[in-house]
Design a protein around this ligand. Sequence first.
Ligand code: URA
Ligand code: SF4
Length: 205
Amino acid sequence: QPSAQPFVPEDHSLPTLRAALPACKGCELYQHATQVVPGVGAARAKLILVGEQPGDQEDLQGQPFVGPAGNILDRVMAELDIDRSKVYVTNAVKHFKFIQRGKFRLHQNPRMSEITACRPWLLAEIDTIHPNVVLCLGASASKSLLGGTFALMRDHGKVLSTPYANQVIATIHPSAILRARDKDSGEQLYQFLRDDLALAWHTAH
Ligand code: URA
Ligand code: SF4
């Protein structure tokens, strides 16, 4: 089954991981993406944020959370007075998965097999940064670290222990707020994200 493991260097320092990442063929997703998107942030961050995968803008710019979801994340962080440079931001899957529809590239959810294939990169990042808390943004990151059957809406906002990290918290993905049916549900999801991020930050510091 597909895995990034053969491509992950033994030395997990961030520059070494970053240098090795573009050669990864651990699953099929490298084939169509523009580039791989490494994590960004402080090597000694006490909190890691894990998204799903790069979106259209991230794929083009090579940086995580610089598109519409990133704008939501920036808004929540500004509201909580948390500087992005104080955390480390990465994704469960490092290549953009999409289908082409005319001139648009539509996001596709990664499969469990792709999330699992890419997990060795995430685990290497967690290993070298050794944060106090890992915050999973959305279902895909939660599946990576908390298992394929994790129930996000039931168990978000709880400090959980896993084999991969002592303290993992799951929350809503910022994109869920953009996709919300109406204003009320959007605001509720925004509050979940804000409260869970506040919990993660305070637990980590
Ligand atoms: N959504 C994610 O999960 N990650 C990104 O980097 C951008 C959008
Ligand atoms: Fe490797 Fe992850 Fe990209 Fe798949 S998505 S090719 S495992 S970096």
